[in-house]
Design a protein around this ligand. Structure first.
Ligand code: AHR
Length: 501
């Protein structure tokens, strides 16, 4: 018996799925950079960790945001360039850890290390400039150091530091959570700061040889804040030409729930919290569109993912990597696909060891977490045209009156195939799903599928020893004579079906 029906409207295109929607975020926090990406912060053991680097390179991350987070608004980029032995050691104001760990920033990993890393893993850098405790000159100088090809002191300093050519950094964030750790500003105050920064950084546009700079402002999950910011930033003297390309917000979920101790209702609430990402996208887009009637401004979710009680500043925001977290990521990626007309980038937090990281490390090894496999399974969507899906699914009513739809889906097409991803958010029961594509009657040989987590419980935590068990397996899909596909999704699974066209 069928539980859920998914219809893919292959002609009802939404927009191209920006590859940057599969982006990532790495902050100087806990073991993300030092220990995760870079061997250590001591000068006798320097360099990129090859094991982490290989895992990230294999995943083909489209974009990586750095250096924060809250750290960004306390970071002065000049501390992190030049000979390592001359770089100042500073306290890490926001992410000072417990007594066992160093609360200090060695600056061993700075701009040139980060940008070289991006090149080595084949990803586009996204730099977050300091608005909270910095100034516009410092931000504009950073652009010049990274991108200028002429003969200035800053461009020459980059050359002396070993980099002849411009790095061509395109994405520039002006501040991070400036309503909170980035200066506790009102929306009007941040808008005025943003305009000052955008004037100087935006005017550096001609220093990037091949592409325009894209300027990114930070927004908030309280959407009245976003509306007020937009109104102020768009006011005179800019008129309609204000220099803003993207507005961001952050959405974390799971703060009240330790996965290993949670009951079924808490699982459902956690997944429903993840699905609220959709509401935030629609509301921030509405705040943008109410003001920006003459130009496109994209929505970026530049921090998202689970944040469980285990992750505290004392432990460098570390928490176990579970199947349940990975399931939530799949649902959120489906939402991004469905909103590809407004979502221009997203960055899950954080790449290595911190929060819902994709890669975890210890002294000896690096391994993929379940969420890594979700990104891998969803990778064929990148750059495709998203198309609408209709999903008829059973749902569960939650104690807080919300409804959790148990089966989710999104779909995209390119010239040769349709790619459909499916989630079963029911952590106890299988769901039989019927899938049809409008205007297509595929034969058996046109169809193939993969599934994740069919053999794992939702609370299973990844370790160095079991990490190999989380990879994709073949999904059985039957094809009816009328081209309808049927598949069974075991509890808490994520699947993908490709259909040759
Ligand atoms: O990702 C951890 C922190 O969460 C970031 O530094 C901050 O931007 C957010 O509050």
């Amino acid at each position: 018996m069928t539980d859920a029906r998914v219809t893919v409207h292959t002609e009802a295109t939404i927009d191209r799925i920006a590859p940057e929607v599969h982006g990532h975020f790495a902050e100087h926090l806990g073991r993300c950079i030092y220990g995760g990406i870079w061997h250590s912060d001591s000068s006798d053991e320097e360099g990129f960790r090859e094991d982490t680097l290989e895992l990230l390179a294999d995943l083909e991350l489209p974009v990586l945001r750095w250096p924060g987070g809250c750290f960004a608004d306390d970071y002065h980029w000049e501390d992190g360039v030049g000979p390592q032995e001359d770089r100042p050691r500073r306290r890490n104001l926001f992410w000072a850890q417990g007594p066992e760990e160093t609360p200090e920033e060695s600056n061993a990993f700075g701009t040139d290390e980060f940008l070289e890393y991006c090149e080595r893993i084949g990803t586009e850098p996204y730099l977050a400039a300091n608005v909270g405790s910095g100034d516009p000159q410092e931000a504009a100088n950073w652009v010049e150091y990274c991108n200028y090809e002429g003969d200035t002191e800053l461009a020459d300093r980059r050359r002396e530091n070993g980099r002849e050519d411009s790095y061509g950094v395109k994405y520039w964030g002006l501040g991070n959570e400036n309503w909170g750790c980035g200066g506790r500003m009102t929306p009007e105050q941040y808008a005025r700061e943003y305009r000052r920064y955008a004037t100087y950084v935006g005017t550096m546009d001609n220093l990037l040889v091949e592409e325009d700079l894209e300027l990114i402002a930070c927004g908030f999950e309280g959407h009245e804040w976003n509306r007020r910011f937009m109104e102020e930033v768009a006011g005179a003297p800019w008129g309609t030409e204000f220099p803003l390309d993207h507005l961001t917000l952050h959405h974390y979920y799971g703060q009240g729930m330790t996965v290993s101790e949670a009951d079924d209702e808490q699982y459902d609430r956690f997944l429903a919290d993840a699905l609220e990402t959709e509401d935030h996208i629609e509301r921030i887009a509405a705040a943008i569109n109410a003001v920006a009637t003459t130009r496109d401004i994209g929505v970026i979710i530049d921090e998202w993912g689970s944040w469980h009680p285990e992750a505290t500043a004392d432990n460098g925001l570390e928490q176990p990597g579970t199947v349940l977290d990975a399931l939530s990521a799949a649902s959120v990626l489906d939402i991004f696909n469905d909103h590809s007309d407004v979502v221009t980038m997203t960055n899950i937090a954080q790449t290595v060891n911190v929060l819902q990281c994709l890669v975890e490390t210890d002294e000896d090894d690096a391994w993929a977490r379940p969420t890594y496999h979700v990104f891998d399974l969803y990778a064929p969507h990148k750059g495709n045209e998203a198309v609408q899906t209709s999903v008829s699914t059973p749902s569960r009513e939650l104690e807080d009156d919300r409804e959790l739809p148990l089966v989710g889906s999104s779909a995209s097409v390119d010239a040769d195939e349709a790619y459909v991803t499916l989630t079963n958010l029911d952590c106890h029961s299988s769901q039989t799903v019927e899938l049809s594509l409008e205007g297509t009657e595929p034969a058996e040989e046109d169809v193939s599928g993969e599934i994740l987590f069919a053999d794992q419980e939702p609370d299973l935590e990844v370790t160095a020893d079991n990490a190999a068990e989380f990879g994709a397996e073949q999904l059985a899909v039957s094809v009816d004579t009328d081209g309808t596909l049927t598949t069974e999704l075991p509890p808490s699974t994520v699947a993908a079906v490709s259909i040759d066209q």
